[in-house]
Ligand binder design. Structure first.
Ligand SMILES: NC(=O)c1ccc[n+]([C@@H]2O[C@H](COP(=O)([O-])OP(=O)(O)OC[C@H]3O[C@@H](n4cnc5c(N)ncnc54)[C@H](O)[C@@H]3O)[C@@H](O)[C@H]2O)c1
Length: 448
């Protein structure tokens, strides 16, 4: 008869400490791949799972598809045993499995958990007793208990259940939010505290032991729902505060006050204030999306999350505001938007990254085109842009030495490789949504 007891928790913890534990990471994207490399750095034997065969082949060939991850990092990890696969049969060999798959919104702005569900259904038959399964994908409170565990239990061919007590034999399930901030190198990854919630005490103990090998501080919380909600609070806090400064920026412009000077002065206060900066609108996989996971869940409790809705509305209006500012700037030069040639600088949703998911540039380009402008873009991270879930641009990056041919240069993403002095000098009009031209005095610059 098959041994259902699996590895005793103490034995798994010992394997974590001695790095003998095998770690499987599902989803080799912006979150999963750096996490896999962190474990590899700590000499764990890591297997990366992905349904995208192109990513699996690239990784196994020692290639990177994320700009800030050097290929040598992949080949070094391979030296420690890292490999990628699309074969879920290998899940059984793992001591711990971490899930980092996308959690987007569907066309009605409701949570789309199809990637999480698809992953769980695929791994469920291979999960064995004693294994630790941790979801890292951002989601609403209750997902681990209401979706992940029931699907794992229903699909497990051994009839195993999640172990909720020390006595119970089964697999262990946890949730741990990801706190990756792409392009931000001010805090080393291992210095970012890792919150973990588990379904039962052993799950928390195992997750704490596992993450304790790569993070200096692990913060255990009392349930997976608390861990899920922690991530949403962090992102909603950002979303609401960004909306606040975006609104105050518009008031300050009318009042002739520089919002950036105000923020710089306010942030000298040593307590009770954290600086957030206005911009052209939200971008990325997290801030524009995650708050709506909670807004959706709140409806089940007959509750309206008004702050989230208001912030969403204010932030979503920003690309329209930016386009109006371009039109106003052209108007000052006796030109109109229709027929004007506009060069958009930066497609990525933020500085120095190669990610354009939900980028405000995409909306701004479409709005400019719909108002009759001729639009081109430049982005060192995107030589071309094609078709995505929410855009269909089919454009090629325009070299910066053609800047003089345009009626206006619109700075949407303030990549640090740009020479803003030269950009202002060569442009006929600069509309700057990021305060990138700070300190450059020129009548050609509109800061908004
Ligand atoms: N990118 C960030 O900065 C960030 C920060 C914090 C949290 N998160 C959250 O982390 C999660 C992952 O985000 P990401 O940015 O890494 O996404 P991503 O799109 O970069 O990567 C996801 C990967 O999962 C793979 N995948 C999808 N379904 C799969 C399946 N069934 N089996 C195996 N692989 C599958 C995809 O092919 C892709 O490679 C999301 O929930 C996101 O909200 C992202």
């Amino acid at each position: 008869m098959e041994d259902l007891t699996g590895c005793a928790p103490n034995e798994t913890i010992r394997k974590m400490q001695t790095r003998e534990a095998r770690i499987g990471i599902i989803g080799m994207g912006y979150v999963g791949l750096p996490l896999a490399l962190l474990f590899s750095d700590e000499r764990f034997q890591v297997t990366g799972f992905d349904i995208d065969e192109a990513k699996v082949s690239a990784l196994n060939a020692g290639r990177s598809y994320i700009v800030r991850i050097a290929p040598e990092t992949i080949t070094n990890a391979q030296g420690a045993g890292f490999r990628a696969t699309a074969n879920y049969g290998e899940i059984e060999q793992m001591d711990a499995v971490i899930i980092c798959v996308p959690t987007p919104l569907d066309e009605h702005n409701d949570p789309d958990l199809s990637f999480v569900k698809g992953t769980i259904e695929s791994i469920a038959p291979h999960v064995r007793a004693g294994q630790l399964i941790v979801l890292e994908s951002t989601t609403y409170p209750g997902t681990t208990e209401e979706i992940v565990i029931p699907l794992l239990e229903a699909g497990n061919t051994r009839g195993l259940k999640a172990a909720r007590s020390v006595e119970q034999v089964g697999f262990h399930v946890g949730f741990s939010p990801e706190r990756e901030d792409p392009g931000n190198d001010t805090v080393a990854r291992h210095d970012i505290p890792k919150v973990v919630g588990g379904c039962g005490p052993i799950a928390v103990e195992l997750a704490t032991a596992m993450y304790g090998t790569i993070f200096r501080r692990v913060v255990p919380v009392s349930s997976t729902s608390v861990a899920e909600m922690t991530k949403l609070l962090e992102n909603i806090y950002r979303c609401v505060n960004i909306a606040l400064v975006n609104e105050l920026k518009q008031l300050c412009m009318r009042m002739g006050i520089d919002i950036h000077e105000v923020i710089d002065a306010a942030k000298t206060k040593p307590f009770g204030f954290q600086a957030f900066y206005p911009g052209p609108g939200l971008g990325g996989h997290c801030i524009p999306i995650d708050p709506f996971y909670l807004a959706w869940k709140a409806r089940e409790f007959d509750f309206r999350t008004r702050f989230i809705e208001l912030a969403g509305e204010l932030n979503a209006r920003m690309p329209y505001f930016v386009v109006d500012q371009v039109a106003a700037g052209l108007n000052e030069q006796s030109k109109c938007l229709k027929g004007a040639r506009i060069l958009v600088l930066g497609l990525a949703y933020k500085r120095d990254i190669d990610d354009l998911r939900e980028s405000p540039s995409l909306t701004i380009i479409e709005l400019l085109k719909s108002r009759g402008a001729e639009v081109a873009y430049n982005d060192p991270y995107f030589p071309t842009v094609g078709k995505g879930r929410h855009y269909d641009l089919n454009m090629v990056s325009t070299p910066l030495d053609e800047i003089e041919k345009f009626d206006a240069t619109l700075i949407v993403t303030d990549h640090s490789s740009y020479d803003y002095g030269a950009i202002v000098e060569k442009s006929k009009l600069v509309v700057d949504t990021r305060n990138a031209t700070k300190g450059i005095e020129s009548a050609k610059v509109v800061r908004c």
